[in-house]
Ligand binder design. Structure first.
Ligand SMILES: NC(=O)c1ccc[n+]([C@@H]2O[C@H](COP(=O)([O-])OP(=O)(O)OC[C@H]3O[C@@H](n4cnc5c(N)ncnc54)[C@H](OP(=O)(O)O)[C@@H]3O)[C@@H](O)[C@H]2O)c1
Length: 192
């Protein structure tokens, strides 16, 4: 089965996504959206996969990790010690993850695959032939950031997803919009 990478990110107007290995903002409902989108499956017997870089893993508070009811994959060039965690596995490259998912999909039966950051991992995924969609929360404000969402090309088209709330969302004085972009080239060469 071909792997579809769905990226999910929140970025402010300057495309910033992080500061000091943390999020630059506190948006509770936006976080709930992230949790719902990455957790819900079309098949109750299956779990989704979340793929993240080692720094994003480090940035998640202990009480929230691993992300529950999801299979957690971490990208790192180091040999990480993850023996205290269930449903967490480390990989040395995104290709290794894609190969693993392709080889195990029939047996282990994961549902969707979500790439949850950070910057390096988004870039690798946008460049991958398996890149399917980008779920981008566009925050209508500028924050001081040291980590940024990578540039993405013009081969993306806006699409609707019935699971994604439409219109302007508001939390306190911060407005944001949930956008869904699809890779127009996905599947053109047969995917992976
Ligand atoms: N706003 C959002 O939606 C969002 C989402 C996620 C994260 N964030 C923020 O982003 C920041 C963290 O992101 P980041 O960009 O600094 O780091 P990151 O992408 O989460 O992690 C980088 C690490 O991933 C590993 N890695 C990177 N490329 C690799 C490759 N090709 N092969 C194998 N491993 C690779 C390396 O780990 P090793 O050093 O262990 O080798 C590298 O140091 C935090 O501020 C976080 O809060 C924001």
């Amino acid at each position: 089965m071909s792997v579809k990478l769905n990226l999910i990110a929140a970025a402010c107007e300057n495309m910033g996504i992080g500061k000091n290995n943390d999020l630059p903002w506190k948006l509770k409902k936006e976080m709930q959206y992230f949790s719902r989108m990455t957790t819900q499956t079309s098949d109750p017997n299956k779990k989704n996969v979340v793929i993240m870089g080692r720094k994003t893993w480090d940035s998640v508070p202990a009480k929230f990790k691993p992300f529950k009811d999801r299979i957690n994959f971490i990208l790192s060039r180091q040999n990480l010690d993850l023996k205290d965690y269930e449903n967490v596995q480390a990989f040395k490259s995104l290709d290794d993850i894609i190969t693993h998912l392709e080889e195990t999909s029939a047996k282990e039966g994961y549902d969707k695959v979500w790439v949850i950051g950070g910057s390096d991992i988004y870039k690798l995924s946008l460049e991958s032939r398996s890149f399917h969609r980008l779920y981008l929360t566009e925050i209508k404000k500028n924050f001081d950031c040291d980590t940024f969402f990578p540039h993405f090309g013009d081969n993306l088209k806006l699409v609707d997803d019935p699971e994604v709330p439409a219109g302007v969302q508001k939390e306190g004085d911060i407005e944001y919009v949930f956008k869904v972009y699809e890779n127009a080239d996905f599947g053109q060469d047969g995917g992976r």
